[in-house]
Design a protein around this ligand. Structure first.
Ligand SMILES: [Mg+2]
Length: 372
């Protein structure tokens, strides 16, 4: 089998309500922009993958064709290695691996997780917020999620002054004493043109101490830069709150460095953004042999979310991140290019069990949203 052609679609979806991401203060997102790639083969099977967010605005079709056209898509390991230099020239190569697995799974008639030795069991999910909100709005949100069956919620505290976010966490804790909480500082990376002063070590430590006091906090995520291995390690030594990170680290080697320097309790690679699916499996094995937790990042468009679901189903992951923050970030807005959005049930998410990625794309909608 040979990859013969790559089609690229630049999709722009109008959201029904604006979303105000914590990681981009002051910005109101009204469009969900995604770059969709379809890899065609001479066997009549095609595989799909997406790049979302920041990468969604770049055009690198020619580069992708240079690395992939003429190759056998089933040779995933070799092609991942071949794409390493892609990493030097611009976009990260990880998401292309997803399309290779999609083809391999479709040819075999099996879902990706099954090819990787995983199971179809539903994975416990936490509701992942994306906005910083005030106490009342956030309490309403948590009540809704708890009614839906979620037993864990991740809050955000991205900002130079985390006081209001810690206040939200305290109020949520007081109304829901048994709810597992996570806190994401989003200090690991920054968005172009957005000026937020990263926390100092002392500020990060003081947030961690507050979270110790709030109690039953599963982790504090990205309190420092994603490559500040030593700082994270010192922080981890001085607090009882587990430290998590890795969503935008680049490749398995950076996770080896986290482990070597004792930086993290919870490793959070993302199949699309950080390591690919095979790399994520390696990180899961590293977590396991080092007594660490594995809880991948999944905040993506619907296809990226599904790619991570397959990785989750094929590893011993503790939690599935379920991104949801209505009215802006809903399953419909997140998964707009899927025929049916992925919906959590009773606080769990099952991996799609069709061949490959196992989901149908809404091609009519895709054609109508394509602006390329
Ligand atoms: Mg995060």
């Amino acid at each position: 089998m040979e990859i013969t052609e790559i089609n690229q679609y630049h999709l722009r979806y109008e959201m029904s309500d604006p979303f105000r991401p914590a990681w981009k203060p002051g910005f109101e997102q009204t469009e969900h922009e995604v770059l969709l790639f379809e890899l065609e083969t001479d066997a009549g099977i095609s595989g799909v993958t997406t790049a979302s967010g920041f990468a969604g605005r770049m055009d690198y079709l020619e580069l992708a064709e240079m690395f992939l056209v003429g190759e056998d898509p089933r040779e995933v390991e070799r092609l991942v290695e071949k794409m390493d230099p892609l990493n030097l020239w611009g976009p990260r190569p990880w998401h292309f691996e997803v399309a290779l697995w999609d083809i391999k799974g479709k040819e075999a008639g099996k879902p990706i997780y099954e090819l990787l030795g995983g199971s179809s069991d539903p994975i416990p999910a936490y509701a992942s917020t994306g906005e910083r909100q005030g106490v009342e709005d956030r309490l309403d949100y948590v009540r809704d999620r708890v009614n839906e069956g979620f037993e864990a919620v991740k809050l955000r505290c991205h900002g130079e002054d985390p006081t209001p976010d810690l206040e939200v966490a305290r109020e949520v804790r007081s109304e829901f004493p048994d709810l597992t909480l996570m806190m994401d500082a989003n200090m690991g990376w920054s968005v172009p043109m957005v000026d937020v002063e990263p926390w100092s070590f002392r500020e990060a430590l003081s947030v961690a101490r507050e979270l110790e006091d709030i109690g039953n906090v599963a982790w504090l995520e990205e309190p420092l830069d994603r490559r500040n291995y030593e700082g994270l390690s010192r922080l981890r030594e001085r607090t009882d709150v587990p430290i998590a990170g890795g969503e935008f680290n680049n490749g398995v080697h950076q996770f080896r460095e986290f482990i070597k320097q004792g930086s993290l309790d919870v490793l959070q690679p993302d199949a699309v953004l950080a390591t690919g699916i095979s790399g994520g499996k390696k990180v899961a094995a590293m977590a396991d042999t080092n007594g660490l937790e594995f809880a991948p990042h999944t905040w993506n468009d619907g296809l990226g979310f599904v790619a991570n679901l397959h990785m989750l189903a094929a590893t011993d992951a503790s939690w599935c991140e379920y991104p949801i923050d209505p009215p802006g970030w809903t399953p419909e807005a997140r998964d707009f290019l899927l025929a049916n959005p992925i919906v959590a049930e009773d606080g769990e998410v099952a991996p799609p069990d069709g061949p490959g990625l196992g989901v149908d794309l809404d091609w009519d909608r895709i054609e109508s949203l394509d602006i390329s």
